[in-house]
Design a protein around this ligand. Structure first.
Ligand code: HEM
Length: 209
């Protein structure tokens, strides 16, 4: 278990290095509006932005939220509560979901010429912000506060109570569930759908050529 835990914790390292590399790349190419460096047209800009998102979510989702629930004294009370969902969403969708998006965008851009990329790029840009803001709002408005309240309830009334309708069905928790609706809508409408459109547009473009 100790060995496995070590590898689990070390998982953060390569993803962090990947992100530092992406940041360096953006700085090197001047696409990040660095003072003094002229703006250049970088074909794979959005793939690199998604890689930077990997680093951000890896730090927040795996680094902060993962370690938060990792210590045995916390884990003993916390396992299986919404705080696990909080970590799972931020780390899995955040780190590996964004990595998948980076690879998808890399592929889309690679098969298109500069002039063909103009329209799909607009949708990719929208999707980047939709996915990241949607996930962030999901964590802030729902998963984290609800997780903390549930773990608090475990400490006060016991695990059985925190997992029962007596806790889940309270007005406070129902309100938090409703509050999370905008985040889900943003994620789907501004995040997922534009990326599907960008993929469709790319497909149509390459068929035409
Ligand atoms: C990108 C890396 C990571 C991903 C994608 C990830 C994903 C997940 C997911 C999906 C779960 C929920 C599993 C389930 O409900 O059965 C989980 C649980 C857990 N993760 Fe991670 N994780 C990552 C990194 C980490 C790190 C770095 C730590 C801490 C060192 C950590 C600590 C935990 C713990 C303690 C649980 C169990 C919580 C429970 O049983 O309630 N994770 N992780």
């Amino acid at each position: 278990m100790a060995l496995a835990a070590m590898f689990s914790a070390l998982e953060v390292v390569p993803l962090t290095l990947l992100t530092l590399d992406a940041w360096d790349f953006i700085k090197l190419t001047g696409t990040g509006d660095t003072a003094g460096s002229p703006k250049k047209n970088i074909p794979h800009k959005w793939a690199f932005y998604f890689l930077m998102a990997v680093g951000f979510w890896n730090f927040v989702g795996a680094g902060i939220f993962g370690f938060l629930i990792n210590m045995p004294v916390v884990s003993y009370f916390e396992a299986g509560t919404i705080l696990t969902l909080n970590h799972g969403h931020a780390a899995l969708l955040g780190a590996f979901g964004m990595l998948a998006m980076a690879l998808l965008v890399l592929g889309l851009r690679h098969v298109l010429k500069d002039e063909q990329w103009v329209l799909p790029e607009k949708f990719v840009k929208l999707s980047f912000w939709g996915l990241n803001i949607g996930l962030a709002l999901m964590v802030i408005t729902n998963l984290f506060p609800e997780g903390i309240l549930q773990v608090w309830d475990v400490l006060e009334n016991g695990y059985w109570h925190a997992r029962s309708l007596e806790f889940i069905g309270t007005d406070r928790i129902r309100m938090l569930e409703w509050v999370s609706m905008p985040s889900h809508l943003i994620l789907i409408i501004i995040g997922v759908i534009p990326m599907v459109i960008a993929s469709g547009l790319t497909y149509l473009s390459i068929r035409k050529t």
